[in-house]
Every structure is written in C-alpha cells, then in structure tokens.
Ligand binder design. Structure first.
Ligand code: AMP
Ligand code: MG
Length: 410
C-alpha cells in the first residue's frame, strides 16, 4: 500500500485516454421520431423527401407570370384576371395563362404557369381582377421545392446529437422512427457506514445519501439511465458483492465514497478482490482527483469520492466525457475556455486547484465569479455552477482581473 501511495497521480489526459479505450456505444435501438430529442443518431440521417415538397408562396397575394407585368406603371396599370383561389393544403386546379393570376395564401403551392407572387398590399383587387402599378420580376416571393432540404441530402451524421432542429427535420421529411444509440445503464453503489436514505430517520452521526441524487442528475443529463444499488457499508466483501451484482445489470458501475487511503476506504480493495484491472487511481486535480477506474470484462467501475462536490468534479472532468462516448457521441475532453476573474482567488494553490464558479459575460468577455463556499461537501456550491477555474500548481493568490483557464460545463 505504501508503494502505491507514492505513485505520482496520473494526468487528466491519460486518465481520460484510459477510459476512452473502453468506451464505445453500448448498442442501438429504433425509437419513435417524435420522442428522440437528446438522443444520439446511430444512422446517417438522409432525407428521402424535399422540404418544402413543392414550390410554395411565403405570403398572401397573387401568383402571376412576371412577364405579364413588365409594363405596369401608375399611368398604365396591368389588370389580371383571377382564375382561382389556392389556400394552403389545396392543389391548384388551373394553369395561369397570359393575363391571368391566382389568389394564393401563405404555404399554398404555386400553380403551373405562374413564376412570381405579389403580396396583397401591393395591389388593388376585386373578386375578379387584380391590378398592379409596378412590374413583378419573375421568381419574386417563391419558395422553391427543396429550398430547405433536398431529397438525398445528408442532414445529420451517425454520432450526432438529436437537437430540436434535427427532430423537426425528421418530422419534416416524414420519418416516424429513427435509429439511435441505446442509453448506457449505470448503477451507483453508494458506500459508507454513515449513509442513510431519505425517508429513514437520521441516527446521530449518520448523514443523508445526497451524492446519489446529485450524480444521477448529472449522468442522466449526459444521456445515461441511472439506478441505485442498495447502500453498502464500509466492508470489502459487501462492496465486492455489490459491484458484482451491479456489473451484471449495467454497462458501468459508479461508486461513491471509500476510495481514498483512510482506514475505512475499501473500494480499491473490493475491485481487486473482484479481479478487476485497475486503470488508474488518483488523478492530478483537486478536489475530486482521488478517484478510481477499474475494468472488469470490458465494463468500467468508476470510483468517486463520497463528498458531493468532489465527486461532481471527478465526474465533470473524467466521468461525463466517458459517458458521452458510451452514448455514441465523439470522444472529447471537457470544454475549456479562457475566463477573467471577477473575484480574487485568495488562497495560493501549491498543488493546483479547481474552483467552482459561474460564467458571466461582461462586455462580451467570458468572466468567472467563484461561488462563496468551496467546501468539498458543499452541495450549494454546485448550484448554478457552470464554470470551473483550473488553477495550475504553484500559483500565488490571484487578483480579480487575472485571465485564467477554466472548464465550461455549458
Ligand atoms: P469518503 O469519500 O468515503 O472519504 O467520504 C468523504 C465525505 O463524503 C465524508 O464526509 C462522507 O460522510 C461523505 N459522503 C460519503 N458518501 C456520501 C454520499 N453518498 N452523500 C453525501 N455525502 C457522502
Ligand atoms: Mg467513507
């Protein structure tokens, strides 16, 4: 054990790389296209239909032949005969001939023969005729068929997130179902003799299991389905058994607590007992870097700190990029940005430091406002937290105005 303790911490990049070697989508499924937002495409989405399917009018007016109006002026207006009215959803019945026009409403198909639309407001009209005092150039105010999407067009690729516009496009081209990657199933094993579930009276010295709900929220937002194993006490065999059962039922097992070097920290020993291969233990960041990754039959066991805030940081930097890859998204590290400190960082950071904060845009510049409490267990420090300052080792206290590097959670 003493020898392990001295081992230098693994870098964040190497830790993520180690997980990415395991990560691949966990399978595919076909789901209704009207319920697919937030899922990841497992097929290239190629349109089979044009959008719009026909040339249409973008406004209420008259469809006509532009050339018929070439001579129109206030002194010698052009008068056209109205041959029909075309409302949205109606197929035109007539061809617009020389000297004719069709009344047309927004979204209705342009009739054969017509090549331009003039809006109501620019005409004088009766039931029978429409009068123009200025020419209308051919192609004016016509939305061509396929203006938005052509048949055969690649709209989104396998591995892309289905955003609201992609969902809209699936509907626009008539798709009823879509092939997506299955959501990875994650079981969380909460370890700790002190843990008590909500609903059970708290004995003195016990605490609530808050990390589970917190981490479940973050992991589900990233695309996983998360469930809880029963709480296990600080006992190697009990933890190993819980890991075993959870691995059977899920794609990934996340543990909380017991992953440090304290007398009651048994998660590492439990993974060893299980014969899991250690990928890393302790990553170079704090708080939260005391985390464990082990692999059993291709599945990941990710051991996070028990402290809610520390566990969240481990999740943001290492866990969530891995989960996104399991969801079928690209293997990418967490997003980074430069940010200007709005509040000073008063402590020095001999080992480097992750500081929780909020992003504010000031005169178009990304700025960082640290949250008040930075306690490792402070759940409130995570409220609204969308920017994590990444202060490197050997950094003195930093005044407001300093430009820093940060992870963006947006
Ligand atoms: P550990 O990682 O086991 O050393 O725990 C670190 C701190 O987090 C201790 O104060 C624990 O009581 C607390 N803790 C452990 N598990 C949880 C949990 N599931 N929810 C809230 N706090 C926890
Ligand atoms: Mg503990």
């Amino acid at each position: 054990m003493a020898e392990i303790r001295k081992k230098p911490r693994i870098s964040r990049e190497d830790a993520l790389e180690a997980l990415f070697t395991l990560a691949g989508p966990v399978g595919t499924e076909r789901i209704p296209a009207d319920d697919c937002c937030g899922r990841v495409l497992a097929e290239d989405f190629i349109s089979a239909e044009a959008v719009p399917p026909f040339a249409k009018s973008p406004l209420d007016g008259y469809a006509l032949r532009g050339e018929d109006t070439a001579e129109a002026c206030p002194e010698r207006p052009t008068v056209l005969e109205i041959v029909e009215e075309i409302a949205a959803g109606k197929a035109p019945q007539k061809t617009v001939q020389r000297g004719q026009a069709a009344k047309i409403l927004t979204g209705a198909p342009i009739p054969d023969g017509a090549n331009a639309v003039v809006r109501f407001e620019e005409t004088r009209f009766t039931e029978e005729t429409v009068t123009l005092t200025a020419p209308v150039r051919p192609d004016t105010d016509i939305v061509p068929a396929g203006d938005d999407v052509k048949p055969g067009q690649l709209i989104a690729k396998r591995g892309e997130l289905i955003t609201p516009p992609v969902a809209g496009l699936l509907a626009a081209v008539g798709r009823e179902s879509v092939c997506v990657f299955r959501k990875p199933r994650i079981t969380v094993v909460s370890t700790g003799n002190e843990l008590t579930e909500p609903g059970v009276p708290l004995a003195y010295g016990k605490i609530r299991n808050s990390s589970y709900a917190l981490l479940k929220g973050y992991m589900e937002a990233a695309g996983a389905v998360v469930s809880a194993a029963s709480i296990v006490g600080d006992d190697v065999d009990a933890i190993a058994r819980a890991l075993w059962r959870s691995l059977e039922a899920s794609d990934v097992v996340v543990t909380t607590g017991g992953v440090s070097v304290g007398d009651y920290d048994y998660v590492l020993a439990a993974t060893e007992k299980l014969g899991a291969r250690r990928l890393f233990w302790k990553v170079r960041f704090r708080p939260g870097g005391t985390m464990l990754a082990a692999e059993k039959e291709g599945k990941l066991i990710l051991g996070l700190s028990g402290n809610p805030a520390s566990a969240s940081l481990g999740l943001f930097l290492i866990g969530l990029p891995f989960i996104r890859a399991l969801c079928g998204l690209e293997k990418t590290p967490p997003k980074r940005t430069k940010a200007r400190l709005l509040t000073p960082i008063e402590k020095d950071s001999p080992f480097g430091r992750l500081v929780r904060g909020r992003m504010e845009l000031v005169d178009g510049e990304v700025c960082f406002r640290s949250v008040d409490s930075q306690g490792n267990g402070a759940l409130t420090s995570l409220m609204g937290c969308d920017l994590i300052a990444d202060i490197p080792p050997d950094t003195p206290p930093l005044p407001a105005g300093t430009l820093i590097d940060a992870y963006s959670l947006r």
